[in-house]
Design a protein around this ligand. Structure first.
Ligand code: AMP
Length: 122
């Protein structure tokens, strides 16, 4: 599968510091920041700094160093937010069926209240 990365997406602009973000954590290859429209008391987005459209694009083509950094960054945010007590949910939307709005890989970390079932019936 091939993905075309659009470098005008809003997260690319955040990475170029063209628009601000509320940073939670920054590492060599990853950035975590608070979602601008939080859906839960904790709603952090974690993105790789590289130009990856979605999770499978990243998992198939990123370097081992980027993948390790990204995975560790997600774990570090969970630790910073104390999510080992009451739990959390990771979501990574992709494409049309996944209803992905921003075409730069991001994981949503949601926590801070009971989140309900994973999916609503269509
Ligand atoms: P998705 O539907 O998975 O692509 O989610 C995109 C997320 O990005 C949504 O939860 C938005 O609220 C969030 N978002 C959009 N623009 C910004 C921004 N400038 N800063 C932080 N979060 C944003």
């Amino acid at each position: 599968m091939t993905y075309a990365y659009d470098d005008q997406n809003i997260f690319a602009k955040i990475l170029r510091a063209e628009i601000p973000n509320d940073t939670v954590l920054e590492t060599e290859h990853s950035l975590a920041f608070n979602d601008i429209q939080p859906q839960a008391p904790v709603h952090v987005l974690v993105i790789p700094k590289g130009p990856y459209v979605c999770y499978d694009h990243f998992a198939q083509t990123a370097s081992d160093a980027e993948i390790a950094d990204y995975t560790r960054a997600i774990g570090e945010v969970c630790k910073l937010k104390g999510l080992d007590q009451d739990g959390f949910r990771l979501i990574s939307n992709a494409g049309d069926h996944g209803v992905q709005e921003v075409p730069h890989l991001h994981v949503h970390i949601l926590a801070g209240r009971p989140l309900g079932r994973m999916l609503q019936k269509a």
